[in-house]
Design a protein around this ligand. Structure first.
Ligand SMILES: Cc1ncc(COP(=O)(O)O)c(C=O)c1O
Ligand SMILES: N[C@@H](CCCC[NH3+])C(=O)O
Length: 428
């Protein structure tokens, strides 16, 4: 499902007119569709129906408390990567006993906090970290449930900054070393319980092949660890990619259907059908850690066009959102469709859409053919629900945007826009 579509010439999120939202709450403004989030969560959960499994939403993708609360009510698990994310999950009503804790650099304070809250598992990324968790648990007089993250050395064929499953990436323990790490832990570490195995090869994967390759490679290891050490779960990570290009048109499901097989993006049904046969008989609880798939296409960033500037080389449309609000284009040359809130005609113009930040990398598109829009109009940057607001900063001393959650005909402010005073909080 897709929550964004034109109705009578205006772009809506579910039953709410985005132009009205922009006028009421100002821009830049993040808007999320609650029912799209729920639909994505349920479809993924359904794809693994019939086996022992849990969908542990990767909080880093969008950690707004109201988004977390929606998923907590669905009994989702959560994959966290900091003490702060655990704090958010608990505040939103999530259950720590369904939380896994990822990340290569957990601190003592974070480990202690997670132990006190009783998380399901620390997903450990090095032997040194494993020994440290053992020591901290010992000091607290508790046993820490752990899984070690295996780095299977599989190419996820995604952007190099978000590829995590190759030996040259900082993540996980090399495939060749992992079994001996479990053997040593079971002999030497008295304050950890070897509960599972984890992997995550990268983000925004648009083909199922790297997932299949990694699962095939690691399944015998999972079986062996179950036999030798009694592990009970295997998290196969997140990483399911979404459609960024033509993401609005994809709202009409027929856009996907019209595409030739070769250019069709990964669907969740295809993911489930390819992975299920490889995992269903392992007798392990299978965890997934999707972030982008759940929230990516459930959010947009609305921005107002301030000025147009025609130069000898280019035409610039200058908007009020900047790379500080949505950094994906600047950081990964990430593509976000840019669509006017007023349904455009067929005419296209080649432009750069740029923000107000003092950086040449502050662009949302370069030399892209776009429907024409004028200063005074508002446009939507599509597919901004994942790694959007969470990566925003106060660079250039700009207030963070507001966030709105739409559910049917109801739009709720779920984060207020920062004020100028907010910008100074904490400074002495
Ligand atoms: C350990 C781990 N799990 C899950 C995710 C979620 O990834 P995605 O948003 O691509 O599903 C990430 C981010 O790539 C991650 O590092
Ligand atoms: N921030 C990245 C994804 C990072 C995945 C986190 N491990 C993006 O926007 O594509």
């Amino acid at each position: 499902m897709h929550g964004f579509a034109y109705k009578n010439g205006s772009l809506f999120c579910e039953n709410v007119d985005l132009q009205t939202l922009a006028e009421t709450h100002g821009t830049p403004l993040y808007v999320y569709s609650a029912n799209t989030i729920l639909d994505h969560f349920r479809r993924l959960d359904q794809a693994l129906a019939g086996i022992d499994h849990e969908v542990a939403y990767a909080v880093k993708a969008n950690s707004n408390l109201s988004v977390l609360r929606l998923l907590a009510k669905e009994n989702a698990g959560f994959d966290i990567v900091s003490g702060g994310e655990l704090y958010r999950v608990i505040k939103a009503g999530g259950d720590p006993a369904h939380c896994t804790f990822a990340g290569v650099g957990k601190t003592r304070a974070e480990i202690e906090y997670a132990l006190q809250q009783g998380i399901y598992s620390f997903n450990v990324e090095s032997e040194a970290e494993l020994r440290y968790i053992d020591q901290v648990a010992g000091d607290l007089g508790v046993v820490a449930p752990v899984a070690v993250r295996v780095n299977p050395n599989v190419d996820a064929k995604t952007h190099k900054y978000i590829s995590t499953g190759k030996s040259e990436n900082k993540f996980g323990v090399d495939f060749g070393f992992i079994e001996e790490v479990y053997d040593r832990a079971s002999k030497e570490l008295k304050n950890v319980k070897l509960r599972g195995l984890q992997m995550h090869i990268g983000s925004q994967l648009t083909s199922v092949d790297p997932f299949v390759e990694a699962v095939k490679k690691v399944a015998p290891l999972a079986t062996s660890l179950k036999e030798k050490h009694g592990i009970e779960f295997w998290s196969i990570g997140g990483g399911i990619g979404i459609v960024y290009r033509e993401s609005l048109e994809s709202g009409a499901q027929d856009w996907w259907d019209k595409k030739a097989d070769a250019e069709r993006p990964l669907t969740i049904e295809e993911y489930g059908a390819s992975i299920m046969p490889l995992i269903k008989d392992l007798g392990l609880n299978i965890l997934l850690e999707p972030g982008r798939y759940i929230v990516g296409n459930a959010g947009v960033l609305l921005t107002h066009c301030l000025y147009e500037k025609k130069g000898t080389a280019k035409t610039f449309k200058i908007v009020d959102a900047g790379m500080n609000d949505l950094i994906r284009p600047a950081l990964y040359e990430g593509h976000h469709e840019i669509v006017p809130l007023k349904e455009p005609n067929a005419e296209r113009l080649k432009v750069d859409v740029v923000g107000p930040i003092c950086e040449s990398g502050d662009f949302f598109c370069q030399d892209r053919e776009l429907p024409d829009f004028q200063p005074g109009e508002t446009v939507a940057l599509m597919s901004a629900g994942a790694y959007g607001f969470v990566m925003a900063s106060n660079y250039n001393t700009r207030p963070l945007p507001a966030e709105i959650l739409v559910d049917g005909s109801t739009a709720t402010v779920v984060r207020k826009r920062q004020t100028l005073d907010d910008l100074l909080v904490g400074e002495l």
